[in-house]
Design a protein around this ligand. Structure first.
Ligand code: SF4
Ligand code: FES
Length: 374
């Protein structure tokens, strides 16, 4: 299926012509050996015994492929905590999905990586938390994690599977961006994704310890620009800047219900990672309904499609097709209203308040990290 469908909301009104999703993030499990303070998974994690079974996941993949999904991201938690990871990968590949494993590396052995390569895995994104064993293991809350990741990167390189290094940056490691880029090149990565921490889920608790300063953000922007020039043709550098310091919000998820969807470990189908923080929405699971029905017809997916839901400020703005009014979950968290203009926007009436709060929190140099699961 490739053509757009006119979706309707619960009142029966047409909300937008909706194309099929291109990408699906399958959060195979919330189990994870790491304890990262910047984790954006929800505070309450899905217990292992509520996870979808192997057959249920394969059925979701099959429905996704039929719906038009092209890219499947296998994520978590730590997806390697699923014993059936190789079987799931093989099934996804056989359905014609481009398979991308997003992993911390902990839980992967050389044999398992070879099995994933044999299953046809297309791509790996390996996270790093820093560029030294002490610094990286301190952020990850996992001793020996850095050394493990270095070994995993070498095993991946040996299979020839393309590697991207994922680095979440924040106040505690923002000065290492140059070294992270150099490390990615040493590990044989073709791409590095440097993403400034987003304050969803657990990360919200660590705002005072993780929010970068304006000086750090400006330095990081210059560092990335110089590195892009220096490593042109060697390494692709994707950079997600700190949006609290930006003039305009990002087009979160490429717009609500426009490009992709997430499936939680127990099968709830979400328009974005943090959608469950919006209390007015309810989400169906793939145990309730078909994926196509949820994508095109559910109230949750249609809630912020099109422009009718937008406040007047966004509806009359020339950028509404660029950022779609920003992030709904950020509007919920900062404005207490998921329909508000994202407070990051310089036109938002809440922007000045956000700026003051950002300055206050980023100056709290002694704030302690709160680790997941401790
Ligand atoms: Fe984007 Fe709305 Fe701000 Fe315009 S007013 S830039 S659409 S968030
Ligand atoms: Fe939910 Fe941005 S994280 S819309």
């Amino acid at each position: 299926m490739s053509s757009a469908i006119a979706a309707t909301n619960h009142a029966g009104a047409a909300v937008a012509r909706v194309p099929p999703p291109m990408a699906m993030l399958a959060e195979l499990t919330h189990r994870c050996p790491l304890a990262c303070p910047y984790c954006s998974n929800p505070i309450a994690l899905t217990p292992g015994d509520e996870e979808l079974s192997t057959d249920e996941w394969i059925d979701v993949f099959s429905q996704a492929a039929a719906l038009g999904v092209l890219h499947l991201h296998l994520s978590g938690g730590e997806p390697a905590a699923r014993r059936d990871l190789v079987d799931l990968t093989r099934a996804a590949v056989s359905l014609g999905l481009y398979s991308n494993l997003i992993t911390s590396g902990v839980g992967l052995t050389e044999g398992r990586i070879n099995d994933l390569a044999d299953a046809g895995l297309d791509h790996v994104q390996l996270s790093i938390q820093g560029v030294s064993p002490e610094g990286a293991d301190r952020i990850a809350g996992y001793k020996g994690g850095y050394e493990r990741k270095m070994a995993v990167a070498n095993w991946i390189a040996a299979t020839g599977i393309p590697l991207t290094v994922n680095a979440v940056c924040h106040r505690q490691n923002m000065g290492e961006i140059d070294a992270m880029i150099a490390l990615a090149i040493r590990l044989g990565a073709r791409r590095i994704e440097i993403a400034t921490v987003q304050f969803h889920g657990w990360a919200e608790r660590n705002k005072a310890a993780l929010l970068p300063t304006r000086e750090q953000v400006e330095h990081a922007t210059r560092t990335v620009a110089a590195a892009r020039e220096k490593y042109q043709g060697i390494l692709v550098i994707d950079y997600v800047p700190a949006d609290y310091y930006s003039q305009y919000p990002k087009a979160c998820m490429g717009g609500w219900g426009r490009v992709g969807l997430n499936i939680t470990p127990s099968g709830r189908v979400l328009p974005c990672h943090a959608a469950e923080t919006i209390p007015s929405l309810t989400f169906k699971t793939i145990r309730d309904d078909m994926l196509s029905e949820i994508w095109y017809a559910s109230d949750a997916f249609n809630a912020y499609r099109g422009e009718a839901w937008m406040p007047e400020l966004c509806r009359s703005c020339e950028r509404k097709q660029i950022d779609f009014g920003g992030c709904r979950c950020q509007a919920m968290a900062l404005a207490g209203d998921a329909r508000a203009t994202d407070p990051v926007c310089i036109r938002s009436p809440l922007r000045d308040r956000l700026k003051r709060e950002t300055n206050r929190l980023s100056a709290m140099s002694s704030a302690a990290l709160s680790y997941r699961g401790r």
